[in-house]
Design a protein around this ligand. Structure first.
Ligand SMILES: Cc1ncc(COP(=O)(O)O)c(C=O)c1O
Length: 455
């Protein structure tokens, strides 16, 4: 066995980790508690985005670690091909009781990308087994993000992430996302993009007989910086999908599991998708876990014909990850954390409005404990920065330096330009921690302005 070289500089190529960036160093986190993370030097970071929108419950919850460890001692892994297991059964039952309408069948996987891929395949399989093989196209919103597998990336509008892989990607049908700040309709009550009626036009152009599914984030995630669709949007989408016989997949990987103040974001719209996908906060980060939710109605043609889903993975339904999900969901319920998220949301958004008076802030929006802050070079014209400035990345690095974790996104304004950061603190965040978060945001903005020499 080779000896391990100890290093205190965690950057490529100093250690054996292939880091996500090969050009910068990474602080090494050794502990987390509530909304805070601590690195090995003792520096404290306020986890303002729960990492990648994952740490909904807060860090360092030992009850969850104990439940997972107990399950691991009983049995950590069995294959879902041969067996079921206690945590998978109990987690599915818990989720069925929390989910709206008929969504009471759950398929467990280890990442949001895998789960969206499985949901899209399930939609396609539904139509094939129904005897409608011509239905294969997927309509997806722009901007949106659905994952990093080749098909979910194909259905996403992340041009930078797609760049190297274009020859491997497949074409999707794109439709502008509800994104009021950049729509240009000035609040027109019948704007097709903002009301959702645009889907009718897109289906007419594509021919309903060739379309299998429509996929959309119920409330925007990183890609539109937490843009919130109008109240009628998802009911309109539901009606159109029914009329043209499309399956609607609600991607709630980022906004589900309580993030917007209710267990699912879609229940606030009084409309029911055919499939709903959860991930990220479902386990609060205590294991890698995602889930596809659907119903007997959608599964009926598959149950009648082939009898099994054509998407399987080694870790689907694995006990240790389902145990983490079960522990997280029970902890959320026992501590009323979704209610806490909902009741803290007005304070969170009110305090964030203080940032509105600062330079280069174009818009602040969101729902629940999710907010997007969009930066612009010209506030009146909503003109984005030149991408060469790397405003969002510079801001995120400045925030980290100041002790705050935020999630940056680029490219939403026109495919290439656009800079924003999202905030999604753990549901246990207190009012004083929100004050600290807001103060660190303005500090990070000032550092960014200085570093980029903006006037
Ligand atoms: C809305 C949405 N869908 C899908 C994904 C992909 O999830 P994962 O990174 O767990 O594969 C993400 C991840 O950021 C997401 O935000």
């Amino acid at each position: 066995m080779s000896s391990v070289t100890r290093s205190t500089t965690y950057r490529y190529p100093e250690t054996s980790v292939l880091y996500r960036s090969l050009t910068r160093s990474f602080p090494k986190i050794i502990r987390g508690e509530g909304v805070y993370l601590y690195d090995e030097t003792g520096k404290r970071y306020l986890d303002g985005s729960g990492g990648a929108y994952v740490a909904n419950l807060g860090h360092g919850v030992s009850e969850i670690a104990d439940m997972v460890a107990t399950q691991m001692r009983k049995v950590a892994y069995v294959t879902g091909t041969a067996f079921t297991n206690e945590p998978a059964e109990e987690l599915a039952a818990e989720l069925a009781s929390l989910s709206p309408g008929e969504l009471d069948k759950f398929y467990f996987l280890t990442s949001g990308s895998d789960a969206n891929e499985a949901a899209l395949k399930l939609a396609r399989q539904h139509w094939v087994e129904m005897g409608r093989p011509s239905k294969h196209k997927v309509i997806a919103l722009v901007p949106a993000y659905h994952g990093n597998t080749l098909f979910t990336l194909s259905m996403s509008s992340r041009e930078e992430a797609k760049e190297n892989f274009r020859p491997w990607l497949v074409p999707g049908v794109q439709m502008p996302a509800p994104y009021s700040y950049r729509c240009g309709c000035a609040g027109d009550p019948i704007c097709p993009r903002c009301t959702g009626t645009l889907l009718d036009e897109v289906i007419a152009r594509e021919c309903a007989d060739t379309v299998a599914a429509f996929i959309g984030e119920t409330v925007g995630g990183s890609s539109t910086g937490a843009s919130v669709p109008r109240a009628e949007y998802w009911r309109t989408i539901r009606d159109i999908c029914d009329r043209h016989r499309l399956l609607w997949i609600a991607d709630e990987i980022l906004v589900g599991a309580g993030r917007t103040g209710t267990w699912t974001a879609v229940e606030q719209y009084d409309a029911l998708p055919d499939l709903l996908v959860l991930g990220k906060g479902l386990s609060g980060g205590y294991a890698a876990l995602a889930a596809v939710a659907t119903s007997e109605r959608v599964l009926a043609p598959i149950a009648k014909r082939s009898g099994s889903l054509s998407h399987n993975q080694t870790f689907s339904h694995a006990p240790m990850m389902c145990a983490a999900g079960l522990a997280a969901v029970r902890y959320l319920k026992a501590h009323g954390l979704v209610d806490k998220c909902r009741s803290m949301a007005p304070t969170f958004h009110r305090k964030l409005t203080a940032l509105g008076g600062l330079p280069f802030i174009g818009d602040i929006r969101g729902r629940g404990l999710l907010a997007g802050i969009e930066f612009v070079e010209d506030q009146k014209a909503k003109r984005p920065f030149d991408r060469r400035l790397r405003f969002a990345e510079t801001f995120a690095a400045a925030a980290l330096e100041a002790g705050l974790v935020v999630w940056p996104n680029v490219g939403h304004a026109d495919g290439l330009r656009g800079d924003l950061v999202c905030l999604a603190p753990p549901f246990v965040v207190s009012e004083s921690e929100i004050d600290e978060l807001v103060a660190l945001m303005s500090q990070a903005l000032q550092i960014t302005i200085d570093q980029l020499a903006l006037s």
